[in-house]
Design a protein around this ligand. Structure first.
Ligand code: ZN
Ligand code: ZN
Length: 428
């Protein structure tokens, strides 16, 4: 049996510091670890894309049922929200994403994806398994929870904005804080990395069609060449970063799509370009978006072309900004589990995560769980068809989730500022 956590709020510091280690010991027990890895492998074999995670969601609910953990379903199509603890405030949430990618797996192993063209190449299968692992640890200690842990299993992280839909559906109502993690090949196993403040950028996508007038490639004077206009547009867009942006305010514009023409001797009628832009502050992001629109239309007109632009609002993510107080909490808890030397600070990255919607709505904290291990060969980065997960680190993720939530509840006794009679989550 694990050392029970005292239900007395004046629980001593040493007992508190033991929680993360006790949880890790529990998660590392052979039968628990095998169960977590088994869940991950099952999900890995049946990858499902955003908002299609029906089997994944079913598996999650079956495991929650087995553990006797109540939940809400469906939330945002396939999402599941589970509850462990008193059913009363404070509420602290833990989040996992469930979706896979449209990639053909090229790793040959026993549990390779059985679905052609789909693969868990970002580790979301492991994220789900780790959160279920956390659920098991928390369930084991439910009498010691000084509040409620909300388990958020969300759909469609990869461009679908599932987090936003979960929030709109009330998944984090009354929740004070939320924690999320992502496996990472940038750090060794046993190391976690994060940052107080911005950790991932805001992201937007756009597509523009530049219209000219097609004709014979040998008689350009009778045409309006959209290929030349699009080329100038792309060069001008890069000047937004080099000439209009504060060099210390990181921003990116990338044109990743350029389609036009099909023959060596024909100037086409139109060219389609598309890409992404990234920034950290709301102001910089809005400014960049406005200038992208202006540069495309005005630069196209220099070459007598017209341009139409569409910004894809659905896949527009805010920056992921870590709450400073939660970051301190994370450092303390992860330090107790792994040693402070294994809790490292990272530079913010220009990548994006829809966890940003949660950390925009309430206090949030997102961290990376390292998984490289030289003895196990190379671990290709996320979204590679050769992506692999080091399953040895799954107990760390499960125990960190559980310890972050448990300690948060112990450190944040409820404050009844308004109406103490207010009922939370009556359905529990
Ligand atoms: Zn991804
Ligand atoms: Zn991911």
């Amino acid at each position: 049996m694990l050392t029970p956590i005292s239900s007395n709020p004046s629980v001593n510091k040493e007992a508190l510091a033991q929680i993360p280690l006790n949880f890790l010991d529990f998660a590392k027990r052979p039968q628990i670890m095998e169960w977590i890895i088994g869940i991950r492998r099952k999900i890995h074999e049946k990858p499902e894309l955003g908002y299609e995670e029906f089997e994944t969601s079913k598996l999650i609910r079956a495991e929650l049922d087995q553990m006797g953990i109540p939940y809400k379903y469906p939330v945002a199509v396939t999402g599941v929200v589970g509850y462990i603890g008193t059913g009363k405030p404070p509420f602290v949430a833990l989040r996992a994403d469930m979706d896979a990618l449209p990639i053909q797996e090229l790793v040959e192993w026993e549990h390779k994806s059985k679905v052609p063209g789909k693969m868990h190449a970002c580790g979301h299968d492991a994220h789900v398994a780790m959160l279920l692992g956390a659920a098991r640890i928390l369930k084991e200690h439910q009498n010691d929870l000084q509040g409620t842990v909300v388990l958020v299993f969300q759909p469609a992280e990869e461009g679908g904005g599932g987090a936003k839909k979960m929030i709109d559906a009330g998944a984090i109502e009354n929740v004070d804080a939320i924690f999320g993690l992502h496996l990472s090949v940038r750090f060794p196993s046993g190391v976690v990395a994060s940052n107080p403040g911005p950790v991932l950028a805001a992201s937007g996508f756009f597509e523009a069609v530049i219209h000219g007038k097609g004709g014979h490639a040998a008689l350009p004077q009778h045409t309006i060449d959209p290929i030349l206009a699009a080329s100038n547009v792309i060069v001008s867009l890069q000047h937004l970063i080099s000439r209009e942006t504060d060099p210390l305010d990181s921003q990116v514009i990338t044109i990743a799509k350029f389609q036009g023409g099909g023959a060596f001797n024909v100037i086409p009628d139109s060219v389609t370009i598309g890409g992404t832009f990234r920034a950290f502050s709301k102001e910089s992001f809005a400014q960049l978006r406005q200038r992208i629109g202006e540069v495309i239309t005005k630069q196209a007109s220099v070459q007598r072309c017209n341009a139409t632009i569409i910004f894809d609002e659905k896949s527009c993510y805010p920056a992921t900004v870590n709450n400073k107080e939660l970051h301190e909490h994370f450092r303390k808890v992860a330090g107790e589990m792994l040693g402070l030397e294994n809790v490292i600070q990272v530079q913010p990255m220009m990548g994006a995560e829809d966890f940003a919607f949660f950390s925009e709505a309430i206090a949030g904290h997102f961290f990376f769980l390292g998984m490289t291990d030289e003895t196990q060969g190379k671990f290709p980065s996320g979204h590679s068809p050769y992506y692999r997960v080091n399953e040895d680190v799954l107990p760390y993720g499960a125990a960190l989730h559980a310890a972050l939530a448990t300690r948060y509840l112990l450190d944040h006794p409820p404050t009844y500022t308004s109406n103490p009679e207010v009922h939370y989550h009556d359905e529990l």
